[in-house]
Design a protein around this ligand. Structure first.
Ligand code: LMR
Length: 329
């Protein structure tokens, strides 16, 4: 009797073991809107490689670049519905989920990327990752792209040059206010439409990072790009609480580790590309790259910075002070 119970137990354990060996891996769909040869695209590729190496058979990462699956206006909804499991929209695209992240859109807030990094890693910055939790999302970390530049059909040296022009912006009220401050008309449009809108001259200009301007060929349909570094374009890597909390603890820990490493790698790519993509655009001779004098850049700051006051109550004075303080090492 004892023997047969033991035999049964052994058989059951064996069956279970082989079942788990053949259990299908968890599929993790990562949807983003940029090209693969961008900081975010490279980060996603690195993340997949690390997961393939470390969680083989347990987690399978599928990447959907170029807005193939979802544009940024839909991807957060898709996360909550379980249609994708990972996304990294620009911080300017979270308006429906939290108003606090609008702080990152304030023009001329951070002097450079090091200041943005310091703020993101500070207690205040890390606290902001939690601002989407009430809506069922989990902020897993920040990722850099870089400083934004302005491109237009005409040369932009001083704010008055932008008056009356139509600029595509991401879906952020701060960015709308920023262009209204210079007398321009902001239009919230999806990233996937920008090239065609510029090419057909339905709009006059846009703002973006050097890597986005290069990878999506905006410089081929814009005669002028002003090297303005007037604002930040960074990302939040997000997942849904339902997916993330449903994972085995070990898997979750490994995924977070792989993601942190991939983000570090992506940030390195971002720093390199902010210089090399600018140079490649200059070398292409397809567009006129304008370097501002100190006085000209100050004029843009003087006209755009009053926007901070409009949003101070929404983002919170303490948070704004913390961001400003991050400019000092
Ligand atoms: C944009 O819409 O301009 C950017 O958010 C694209 C991106 O993800 O870098």
């Amino acid at each position: 009797m004892k023997k047969s119970i033991l035999a049964l137990a052994t058989a059951a354990a064996f069956a279970l073991g082989s079942l788990s060996a053949y259990a299908s891996p968890i599929t993790l769909k990562f949807s983003h809107v940029v090209a693969e040869n961008t900081p975010k695209g490279q980060m996603a590729t690195k993340f997949k490689a690390l997961v393939d190496e470390r969680l083989k058979g347990k987690v399978k990462v599928e990447i959907f670049p170029n807005g193939q699956l979802f544009g940024d206006n839909k991807v957060l909804e898709a996360l909550l519905l379980g249609d994708v499991q990972l996304a990294a929209p620009s911080l300017s695209k979270f308006k429906k989920y939290t108003k606090k992240l609008q702080i990152f859109d304030l023009p001329f807030l951070f002097n450079d990327m090091a200041a943005a990094e310091r703020f993101q890693q500070s207690e205040a910055g890390q606290g902001l990752l939690k601002s989407v939790e009430k809506k069922g999302l989990i902020g897993l970390g920040y990722m850099h792209n870089g400083m934004k530049q302005m491109s237009a059909s005409k040369p932009l040296h001083v704010p008055a040059d932008a008056k009356g022009l139509k600029f595509r912006i991401m879906s952020s009220d701060v960015l709308a206010a920023q262009f209204e401050a210079v007398g321009a008309t902001p239009l919230k449009k999806p990233y996937s439409e920008v090239f065609t809108l510029l090419q057909t001259k339905a709009i006059d200009g846009q703002e973006n990072t050097w890597s986005n301007i290069r990878s999506k060929k905006f410089y081929e349909v814009q005669d002028n790009i002003t090297s303005s570094d007037h604002g930040l374009l960074d990302y939040m890597v997000v997942t849904s609480a339902e997916f993330w909390n449903g994972l085995d603890k070990d898997v979750r820990t490994e995924l977070k580790k792989a993601l942190d490493e991939a983000v570090k790698y992506g940030n390195k790519v971002a720093a390199e590309k902010s210089m090399s993509d600018k140079q490649a655009i200059i070398d292409s001779k397809r567009t006129n790259v304008i370097e501002l004098t100190k006085e000209e850049r100050q004029q843009w700051a003087d006209v755009m910075k009053p926007v901070w006051k409009q949003f101070e109550a929404i983002v919170g004075k303490d948070l704004l002070d913390a961001a400003i303080a991050a400019n000092k090492e």
